[in-house]
Ligand binder design. Structure first.
Ligand code: ZN
Length: 135
C-alpha cells in the first residue's frame, strides 16, 4: 500500500493538486509504484509518502538557518514535481540499504553520478529522498 502523511499529498500523487503550477512528474509516479511493489513483495511493508511538491516558501523555510542557502539559494527537485520523500523509520537499516541500492539500479538518475535514491537528513529527520531528472 501507499500511505500519505497528510491528505494533500494524496491529491498531489493523483495529479489533482498542483503547487506553483507544478504537478508530480509521471516518471516519479512510476518509481513510487515500483517501490511500493518492491516493499510489499520483499518486506511485506507499505510505503508512507511524507512530501511530494514543495513551494518556494517551504524551501526557504527548510534552509532558513543555512548560511550557504542564504548566500545563494538553490531549488529543490521537489519544486519541479521530480522528488518524493519516504518515511524510513518503518524499515530496518538493511531494508533501507536495499531500497537505496535497488532504486539506483533500476532508475539511474543520469550519467553524472547523481543518485535517484538518497538516505539523508536536511534538518527534518532522516528519510529516503527519491528523485528523477527534471526535463
Ligand atoms: Zn526530498
Amino acid at each position: 500500500m501507499i500511505f500519505f502523511k497528510y491528505p494533500q499529498l494524496k491529491l498531489e500523487f493523483e495529479g489533482l493538486s498542483e503547487i506553483e503550477k507544478r504537478l508530480v512528474r509521471p516518471e516519479l509516479l512510476k518509481l513510487l509504484y515500483f517501490l511500493e511493489g518492491y516493499c510489499t513483495y520483499n518486506f511485506n511493508k507499505s510505503i508512507i509518502i511524507t512530501e511530494l511538491l514543495r513551494s518556494r516558501e517551504s524551501q526557504d523555510r527548510y534552509y532558513r538557518n543555512n548560511p550557504a542557502y542564504e548566500q545563494n539559494p538553490w531549488q529543490s527537485p521537489h519544486q519541479f514535481g521530480c522528488a518524493a520523500d519516504i518515511r524510513s523509520a518503518v524499515f530496518e537499516p538493511e531494508e533501507i540499504d536495499d531500497i537505496i541500492a535497488i532504486v539506483n539500479r533500476w532508475f539511474p538518475y543520469d550519467n553524472s553520478g547523481k543518485s535517484s535514491a538518497i538516505y539523508h537528513d536536511i534538518g527534518k529527520g532522516a528519510h529516503i529522498h527519491l528523485q528523477v531528472k527534471p526535463e
